[in-house]
Design a binder for this molecule. Structure first.
Ligand SMILES: [Zn+2]
Length: 122
């Protein structure tokens, strides 16, 4: 965790703080975005990929589709599972920096449908 200036009061706060201890504003380091993209590929294309972030189901992705969420800066856990393939899930923890947009590309294995994750800053 790094220390940054609160976007409201300017005091020093942790970039992962959910609220400012001084003025109480939420996401004092600035809002971050987490985008989850599924690569376009024919294998398994008809099966939706279910996506969870921090154990909350946030949607299902078809090939070539993406979801963008506004999140607090810090560590978030992404889990993906091809529906109707309950043993094919994968999970990845990613760190979303304050005020940044992190894109996580999800590819499902041609062999067994197991998801793999590639995070990069947009
Ligand atoms: Zn503040």
């Amino acid at each position: 965790m790094a220390m940054v200036s609160c976007r409201e009061c300017g005091r020093s706060v942790s970039d992962g703080a959910p609220s400012c201890p001084n003025c109480g504003v939420t996401s004092p380091a600035g809002q971050s975005q987490l985008e989850i993209r599924r690569v376009s590929r024919l294998t398994g294309a008809l099966i939706p990929l279910a996506v969870w972030v921090d154990s909350n189901h946030v949607g299902n992705l078809g090939p070539g589709k993406s979801l963008t969420l506004t999140v607090t800066p810090g560590i978030h856990r992404i889990e993906c599972q091809l529906q109707q393939a309950h043993n094919k899930e994968g999970a990845q923890e990613v760190t979303v920096p304050a005020g940044k947009h992190l894109v996580v590309t999800v590819a499902t294995s041609r062999l067994n449908g197991k998801p793999s994750f590639t995070p990069e800053l947009a």
